[in-house]
Ligand binder design. Structure first.
Ligand code: NCD
Ligand code: ZN
Length: 344
């Protein structure tokens, strides 16, 4: 791989964290991942939430209808999660596992988009966590304390994760969308059953890109972008080759009018541009060698899934990211990237 010149083929990446929404938007948003990602772990914070087996089955049908409308070669495999709600019973977790869920998602109450119904502590969902541990399901955590100041929210949540890991030593835990150098250290030095996803936007941007000169609401997400030292710690985690870190885009589309308004929704629509933007970044860092296992191996290994057999080809060449895709401003909108997905 170190001899990469102008074109190369890699296994199709996995995206272990994405929002496809529901209803009218969903059929458009599946196209963001199409032809670029092989498997996508779908977050359950839809309206209504995917919180039980029946909702999961209904969501699977909705996603499948949108996928079959795509050309066969562009379809990805959807992986399903359920939202962990306060007081959830072990039997409900078992039913979701039977319906095909690979993970449950913990959103602290009020931490992010559509999370008002979340638990206030892990104690409120102890029975569900015990069932998940017994079933071998992965626990995905939005690790932010909404009571803490905005830039401290992720770090403030870490002690709770530490206690959780002590109480549930066999539970596989993924801290989602890491944004802070202190959390990178926490994951690096944590037990084997603790891993983390990292997004493209947290690898590419800092808070100054969002609010340093003018305010760019399209880079506003939870957890918010932090400082260069945090971005660099995230890059170093990928460059290190540690199997604890893998890609999750947290692609989270919101229509332009929900972003360009007085109370912007949080979320970056990154799926259309994440792969070429990361290839450009890691090519410039001279380390496509580390990007490829980060996007294609580590997550599958942690989730116990086989490696994908499909491939995607990237080529050096200008690609202007559209300013608007299906009513949403995507990550890197209007910028010309140096790499693009080769469409045969
Ligand atoms: C996500 C969304 O819009 O659903 N928003 C975000 O800012 N990342 C939810 C989430 O993952 O926090
Ligand atoms: Zn998310």
């Amino acid at each position: 791989m170190s001899q990469i010149q102008d074109r190369f083929t890699m296994p199709m990446p996995d995206d272990f964290h994405a929002h496809l929404r529901q209803g009218a938007g969903l059929s458009a948003y599946v196209r963001g991942h199409a032809g670029q990602f092989g498997r996508v772990l779908l977050m359950p914070n839809t309206l209504p939430p995917v919180s039980d087996a029946a909702r999961l089955e209904a969501y699977r049908e909705e996603v499948t209808r949108a996928l079959v409308a795509l050309p066969e070669a562009e379809r990805f495999e959807p992986l399903f999660t359920f939202k962990i709600l306060p007081g959830m019973r072990g039997a409900e977790v078992e039913a979701s596992a039977r319906a095909g869920a690979v993970a449950g998602k913990y959103y602290p109450a009020g931490a992010t988009t559509n999370a008002a119904d979340g638990p206030h502590s892990f104690d409120e969902v102890e029975e569900a966590l015990n069932a998940m541990e017994a079933q071998g399901l992965v626990l995905c955590i939005h690790g932010e304390d909404p009571e803490a100041p905005i830039l401290e929210r992720e770090c403030a949540f870490l002690p709770r994760v530490e206690r959780l890991l002590t109480r549930h030593p066999r539970l596989r835990v993924v801290l989602e969308h890491l944004s802070d150098a202190r959390s990178v250290h926490f994951v690096e030095t944590g037990p084997e059953n603790l891993a983390a996803t990292i997004t493209a936007h947290h690898l590419l941007f800092t808070i100054d890109d969002m609010i340093g000169n003018s305010m760019n609401p399209h880079l506003y997400c939870k957890p918010v972008l932090k400082f260069a030292r945090d971005r660099d710690a995230l890059r170093a985690a990928v460059l290190s080759g540690s199997r604890k870190f893998f890609f999750g885009s947290d692609s989270a589309p919101h229509p332009r009018e929900k972003k360009e308004c007085g109370a912007a929704a949080s979320g970056v629509y990154s799926s259309p541009s994440a792969l070429p933007a990361l290839v450009e970044l890691f090519d410039s860092l001279g380390s496509l060698d580390s990007l490829i296992p980060f996007m294609t191996e580590h997550g599958a290994a942690f989730y116990g899934l086989p490696r994908t057999s499909r491939t995607v080809t990237l080529e050096r060449g200008p690609w202007k990211v559209p300013k608007l895709i299906d009513g949403v401003v995507p990550m890197c909108a209007g910028r010309t990237l140096e790499w693009r997905v080769a469409r045969n």
